[in-house]
Design a protein around this ligand. Structure first.
Ligand SMILES: [Zn+2]
Ligand SMILES: [Zn+2]
Length: 181
């Protein structure tokens, strides 16, 4: 999905689209790595506006994602809904530092994106925004007890006997310390 900058008039325009996560390479990769499962298509509403030669995108993204609990690995459904705003420019403005020297700042450092050949790549923006929504860590519940480090039992569902032996294990570990990879 591309937005042609020359098509933008003063009133700007609105765009509504729904795309499957699998059609975005970065999101398909997150899914492949097991970071999350996208349960619904990604739904996007964008308003593009021309402001003094710059293009401002105001968007809203929503998608349902399943993420594994960081402690017990149980899949948890999360409903994500998030606003974003991005400004696109033809060329980067010159920025001078306090000493009058011109500063070499990248578009990213200025919080701007560059317009490529009159076009804005909306797909790129969407996949970046959705990737930001996928959490590094997620808990099914604050009280999640996780998996037993010894036997792998799900401690939310069962009580294993490893905890009873924890004193012995610690003692054994001190006597015969090995780093296992
Ligand atoms: Zn959990
Ligand atoms: Zn155990």
């Amino acid at each position: 999905m591309q937005i042609k900058v020359s098509d933008l008039k003063n009133s700007g325009f609105d765009l509504k689209l729904e795309r499957s996560a699998a059609s975005f390479p970065m999101l398909a990769e997150l899914q492949r790595l097991g970071r999350c499962v996208f349960l619904t298509p990604i739904s996007v509403v964008v308003h593009a506006n021309l402001v003094g030669g710059m293009v401002e995108l105001d968007g809203h993204i929503s998608v349902d994602i399943e993420v594994p609990c960081s402690r017990c690995l149980a899949p948890c459904r999360r409903v994500f809904s998030s606003d974003f705003r991005q400004t696109y420019v033809d060329q980067l403005p010159e920025v001078t530092g306090e000493d009058g020297e011109e500063l070499e700042l990248s578009a990213e450092e200025m919080g701007l994106e560059l317009i490529n050949d009159d076009e804005i790549d909306l797909n790129e923006e969407i996949q970046q925004q959705v990737a930001l929504l996928v959490p590094e860590h997620s808990l099914c519940s604050e009280l999640c007890k996780g998996l037993c480090a010894e036997c792998g039992a799900d401690l939310n569902k069962e009580k294993c006997s490893c905890a009873d032996n924890v004193g012995n294990l610690n003692f054994a570990a001190l006597k015969d310390f090995k780093v296992e990879k």
